[in-house]
Design a protein around this ligand. Structure first.
Ligand code: AHR
Length: 509
């Protein structure tokens, strides 16, 4: 069955806000095999590495033009004491990673290793500090250690540990999930602490820090309101030159069941396909409403919203440690990601960063590594990130979907076509997701305000909605050129097979 009446209307000459490349950010926690075995194998490993950091992982993430990496947590961040992760590796104290598997962490991956990883990736560092069990002094000294150039005590300590030049740390998190694992605080109590801690995360030399307060869970709009209220007159009071924190975070995960039965990553029904996509589409409602709350305090959008944890959360793969959150990743995850990105583009006036959880071997990962052979697999989600690199720092274009069917599922109407577009360097990139598990559709791109030049398209799909990649079949699902695009009096006509993700790139003049 095809649906010829569906149109996507795009004004090519009316770019709106800039889609920050940081909306394509990542998150790496000391959790399961994300750091150890994922990013870091140690210098003595047979897996090619530089200073213990896997080169294949770095190369793959560079393909995504990874803009930033958040570390060390997550819940782990509020248990982490950074001084345990510096100095000679053999002398570093151990700790218990009580959130994730109750295992002993040897701190062999610490500040220097993380900053070296960021340098190898060409990514900005987003360091998440400890409010829950840390001190103001500890947080203050960490940023001094990282970014100060002179002979201050922390700069001298860094030098003694082998790093002369300060690093750049553009992003710093003031705790994590303070309403939960980060201290079980009330919104008002945390708001005061966020102001206090952020005050001591100082700009040293020419390093300017963007401080991100630990924000709301899902639809906790009261939490967002409290943090906005905590900003008082937004740096405009006498004696204030800036706000104590410049952004607030938000966390939202896509699941199809309750915590004790979240559903399998690979073995799901058609209904569960739609429930997952409907819950992914809920991000639109959450970004709209959190932004609206923020608008009430900050109509000029000076304060940023940072979705620094998002993605699918399924039951762990059979036989793996339940505390390690290792899950497979299918075409369904890919479309969960593409639906999120469409929404991110629409909200790029307020949403300044987003970080998928988590980069390697944990939750909705880009990369999976085999614990026995070390083999690296790119997931379908990786491919969506790669297909969307053209949206980085592009101007968002409104993409009005006209005549698309929707399906009522999980209490909301899920449009079966999701779309977004952007423009950069004389071309437009249009993203189209056909969320229909069984029907193809043909969509007209009604492109106004520009003459069309060369067109190319790529498609990510598979015969099966649960298709995924494994070390034995690493390219079962990977993007290929799409020839289902034709000129149309209104612009272009695009064939979208069932359960597919397509990007169309058009030169415009
Ligand atoms: O990403 C896994 C965990 O989810 C993070 O540690 C925590 O912040 C969230 O609850």
């Amino acid at each position: 069955m095809s649906h010829e009446s569906t149109r996507v209307v795009i004004d090519l000459d009316l770019p709106l806000s800039r889609i920050s490349r940081h909306l394509y950010g990542h998150f790496a926690e000391h959790l399961g095999r994300c750091i150890y075995g994922g990013f870091f194998v140690g210098e003595d490993s047979d897996i090619p590495n530089e200073a213990g950091i896997r080169l294949d992982v770095v190369d793959a993430l560079r393909e995504l033009k990874i803009p930033n990496l958040r570390w060390p947590g997550g819940c782990f961040a509020d248990d982490y004491h950074w001084r345990d992760g510096i100095g000679p590796v053999g002398e570093r104290p151990r700790m218990v990673n009580s959130h994730w598997g109750d295992i002993v962490e040897d701190n062999s991956f610490g500040t220097h290793e993380f900053m070296q990883l960021c340098e190898m990736l060409g990514a900005d560092a987003y360091v998440n500090g400890n409010v829950g069990s840390g001190t103001v002094r500890e947080m203050s000294e960490w940023i001094e250690y990282l970014t100060r150039a002179d002979d201050s005590p922390m700069a001298a300590l860094r030098r003694a540990n082998g790093r002369d030049e300060p690093w750049k740390v553009p992003f710093f998190g003031i705790g994590n999930e303070a309403w939960g694992c980060g201290g079980n605080m009330r919104a008002e109590a945390y708001t005061d602490l966020a102001r206090q801690y952020a005050t001591y995360v100082r700009d040293h030399g020419d390093n300017t820090v963007y401080r991100i307060a630990a924000g709301a869970n899902t639809d906790d709009y009261r939490w967002t309101a409290s943090l906005m209220k905590g900003l008082g007159c937004l740096g405009g009071c006498p004696g204030e030159s800036s706000t104590p924190y410049q952004a607030l975070s938000l966390h939202y995960y896509t699941m199809t069941g309750p915590w004790d039965s979240k559903g399998s990553a690979t073995d799901f029904t058609d209904d569960e396909w739609y429930v997952a996509l409907s819950r992914a589409f809920r991000i639109e409602e959450l970004l709209t409403r959190h932004s609206t709350v923020m608008d009430g305090y900050d109509p000029d959008k000076r304060v940023g919203l940072v979705l620094d944890e998002w993605g699918t959360w399924w039951d762990v793969e059979e036989g793996t440690n339940p505390g390690f959150l290792y899950q497979q990743n299918t075409l369904r995850d890919a479309l969960v990601a593409s639906v999120h990105f469409d929404s991110f583009h629409r909200h790029s006036d307020r949403l300044v960063m987003a970080n998928i959880a988590q980069t390697v071997n944990v939750l909705q990962a880009m990369l999976l590594t085999d614990p026995d052979t070390g083999a690296l697999v790119k997931t379908p989600t990786f491919h969506v990130f790669e297909m969307n690199t053209g949206h980085h720092d592009a101007g968002a274009l409104a993409a009005h979907v006209v005549g698309s069917e929707s399906r009522h599922v999980d209490g909301r109407d899920l449009p079966l076509l999701s779309a977004s577009a952007s423009t950069k360097d004389g071309s437009a990139l249009i993203s189209l997701s056909n969320l229909d598990s069984s029907s193809a559709r043909t969509v007209v791109l009604d492109l106004r305000g520009g003459d069309l030049g060369e067109v190319s398209a790529r498609i990510l799909t598979a015969d099966d909605t649960a298709a995924h990649n494994t070390p034995q079949d690493p390219d079962r699902i990977a993007p290929v050129a799409h020839d289902g695009v034709r000129p149309h009096p209104r612009g272009l006509e695009v064939d979208l097979p069932a359960h597919s993700y397509v990007t169309v790139s058009v030169a415009i003049s």
